[in-house]
Design a protein around this ligand. Sequence first.
Ligand SMILES: NC(=O)c1ccc[n+]([C@@H]2O[C@H](COP(=O)([O-])OP(=O)(O)OC[C@H]3O[C@@H](n4cnc5c(N)ncnc54)[C@H](OP(=O)(O)O)[C@@H]3O)[C@@H](O)[C@H]2O)c1
Length: 431
Amino acid sequence: MSDLRLGIAGLGTVGVGVVKLVNDRQMAYNQMFGTTMSITAVSARTKGAERGVSLDGYAWFDDARELAKSPDIDVFVELIGGDEGIAKEAVINALEAGKHVVTANKALIAKHGVMLAKLAEANNVALMFEAAVAGGIPIIRVMSQSVVANEITHLAGIMNGTCNYILTTMEKEGRDFADVLADAQAKGYAEADPTFDVGGIDTAHKLAILTSLAFGTEVNFDSIYIEGIEKITAADIRNADAMGYRIKLLGMALKTETGIEQRVHPALVSKSSPIAAVDDVNNAVYIESKMLDGIMLEGKGAGEGPTASSVVGDILQILRGFIEPAFIMPTEKLKPYEKARMNRHEGGYYIALSVKDKVGALAAISERMAEASISIDSLIQQKAESDEGVIPVTLLTAETSEREIQDVLKKMDADGFLAAESRVIRIEKFS
Ligand SMILES: NC(=O)c1ccc[n+]([C@@H]2O[C@H](COP(=O)([O-])OP(=O)(O)OC[C@H]3O[C@@H](n4cnc5c(N)ncnc54)[C@H](OP(=O)(O)O)[C@@H]3O)[C@@H](O)[C@H]2O)c1
């Protein structure tokens, strides 16, 4: 077999990691597989930029879309990023030119995965994206080659290291969101514009991909219910802790009677669940399936080394001739995505109320809960915040529906005893 020739587009954190790993391990791959891979060409925005790695001997392309079509490459490795523009155009060019594509680009796969998978099928080439979900954790391979044997019922992941770092630090240090975010930005753990991460969009991109693999449906990013972590306070984390829970930003997918529920939001998870123990920048994906019960994979969800490991793992699959459909089965067999109705979601809820310090306020709240037949499992009532005359009250409800909770909150608001908007956090259970 001749060498597999790689064209790498994007020489940032991941691209440089891939160049280093391929160069370091080339001999080992040759020994293991009797053949090897070599980088023949690269592309990035700024030619001549210092990247901490030698690019001598590689052809340089100013335009990644031209590299994608080059007759001198067999695999186009897309490490630029973005769901539109250059990355998308270059990947389309590569597939149409009969090149295998390996990418770490979750936004691209979440938005255009099925269209690209169709193109890959039509041209008899691979489209692989292990690094796109949870960086170094080999979750795609596990789902498509092992867990595929049985039926997945529920999956939940901590898939954004920035959010997990912020929530863990808020808990450890008792600090508020904005304060920890500013610190994370200074340390380089959070982007200057953190919206994609803290707003839950990055997690949703990854969830959309996993949902398709779990349930054999077309990738559907637009149907995901998304809430970020911006409104979580240090008090929420303290109260959750006192009630036996930790707060995590989860991406979740499950099958319900009305369709598939895909949600990204902060959730209370019992301290005894494995996912509660996933700290700092780590990622984890928990999968429940009929034959396996629950399994969880945990590890580094980002960074040069872990992400390059997944990218090169994909390239090695191609080198070894393991070329499979991108989403487990041919795209024509993927089922259309049917969205579950969110107001049907059932579970327990954490509700943080700011109650006006007035006679009858607490009684009115209890009455509203009783009227709606929502049982309260725990209640924490803090001292009135003296100047403002507001009593922070935190409730944990027994299982109820999203609709009941929204209705009861509307009624409480109309009663006039609440001083500020209530915060609601769903409780997520793992069997
Ligand atoms: N970083 C991680 O830990 C991680 C983890 C999992 C997945 N990913 C995904 O991996 C991909 C790359 O991420 P990254 O962190 O390596 O990004 P990055 O450090 O920002 O690097 C992006 C690279 O793309 C190049 N680029 C930008 N616009 C270009 C254009 N128009 N034409 C050619 N090249 C262009 C840049 O060139 P210059 O260097 O010349 O500016 C840079 O080398 C993204 O899809 C990201 O979501 C990253």
